[in-house]
Write a protein that binds this ligand. Sequence first.
Ligand code: HMG
Ligand code: MG
Length: 302
Amino acid sequence: MKLPSRVQLIDVGPRDGLQNEKQPVPAATKVELVRRLQAAGLREIEVTSYVSPKWVPQMADNHDVMSSIQRQSGVRYSVLTPNLKGFEAAVQDKPDEIVVFGAASEAFSQKNINCSIAESIERFAPVVEAALAAGIRVRGAMSCTVGCPYEGEIAPERVGYLAGLMADIGVQRVDVADTIGVGTPRKVQAAIEMTLKHYGIDAVSGHFHDTYGQALSNTLAALEMGVWNFQSSVAGLGGCPYAKGATGNVATEDVVYLLHGMGIETGIDLDALVDAGVYISEQLGRPTGSRVARALLAKRVG
Ligand code: HMG
Ligand code: MG
């Protein structure tokens, strides 16, 4: 056990959380969500994605959102860019980090980005090169590292293979994603272990969807390996449009409660974070998906 003393959380709510939302969410609401997240102490926020508006209509306002957020110094704003077209649009809006996103599963790669794993790496390579040349950091999301909605269980070796390809093209750090939340601790650890063959521990993050209620256990399993970067979504928002039935990321509030309870620092004010979650949940007209937020809100009333 080598638990970290500090964890860096990347809130992906504005992107992963909202990308699958069927009702229109005004750009101003997304901008206000980003403001509240940074006010709550988040130092990394995944704001939007520069993908085809035909594929993901909710992210069509990427430019409006990125050009309207009030940036705070010390906060890193990241965006998804699947190809050069997306990168060229994104670069106008000066992201601090871009994210290329691949999958450990061939079928998911086809469904999500319409190409094979090998083709995706060919598309990412010039994006990574251009980003690094422009002084923009590069992260790589690796989907379906434990299970795939189309192929079922994914062998850890396939995660290692993808991580190796990401490293070869210069991706600086990677997310081990359980896209459909089917993972359990030992499986997630196996996926991380294979990733560690290509990246140091500081360059690996956990991205766990909570579909089967395993995300906090998986977070703890990753922490025990020394992982100290995680993605989560305020109010547990979200789901991927190409992973049917998959629910949101683990709620940021729940992860913060877990970490603070273990004496691990996050720099996040849990009360302010709960307020940010209440804000977006009210805008969407539904209760928060965070168990911790529900408990704390009940206490506030009582
Ligand atoms: P494609 O159809 O193969 O692309 O889509 P294409 O190059 O053949 O172009 C077709 C059309 O799309 C053209 O327009 C292009 O201009 C346009 P048309 O001539 O037909 O009018 N196009 C674009 N428009 C805007 N921005 C772009 C762009 N690229 C092409 N960047 C593509 C390939 C990747 C674009 C498409 O499949 C796509 O947009 N997929 C979206 C995938 C997505 O956003 N998924 C959700 C995010 S990933 C995720 O949630 C997982 C993650 O959270 C980790 C986890 O949990 O696993 C990260
Ligand atoms: Mg995701």
